[in-house]
Design a protein around this ligand. Sequence first.
Ligand SMILES: Nc1c(C(=O)O)ncn1[C@@H]1O[C@H](COP(=O)(O)O)[C@@H](O)[C@H]1O
Length: 161
Amino acid sequence: MSVQVAVIMGSKSDWETMKHACEVLDELEIGYEKKVVSAHRTPDLMFEYAEQAIDRGFKVIIAGAGGAAHLPGMVAAKTMLPVIGVPVQSKTLNGLDSLLSIVQMPGGIPVATVAIGKAGATNAGLLAAQFIGAFDEEVRNRAEARRERIKREVLESSDEL
Ligand SMILES: Nc1c(C(=O)O)ncn1[C@@H]1O[C@H](COP(=O)(O)O)[C@@H](O)[C@H]1O
């Protein structure tokens, strides 16, 4: 399976959130690499990683960070790949800081920002699958089947009331 998605995060402590993006990629059989990369703590690595991402064959980058969450925006500034930003829930401000740091990009350098925390990470995995699915029918079909499964579960949930 070729590695198509880079899942990066500012700290190992973000893994509890970011693993939900990886679970979706596993489920949809999309190859990915996961790595801790920090704009603040490892700035040279971050630049190098973003600069080499296209040549390494990635199609999408999912970047999660909390607090002063500069990683997604800085990576987006250094690559033409689409970047999906996941705001990790911070302890002090519940992730509002992360969300605003990621979503309020200046015009010209977009980051596709999802919701705070686990649900956002899951959606980041799905959004990455949909980007790839635009050019890969098998991935698109698997993503569609997942959506159908969720629809069935919701419809059946009425029976449990
Ligand atoms: N926001 C960033 C960046 C960055 O944006 O590059 N690097 C680390 N961090 C964040 O600091 C928080 C606390 O990190 P520690 O748990 O390691 O102290 C994490 O949520 C991480 O994403």
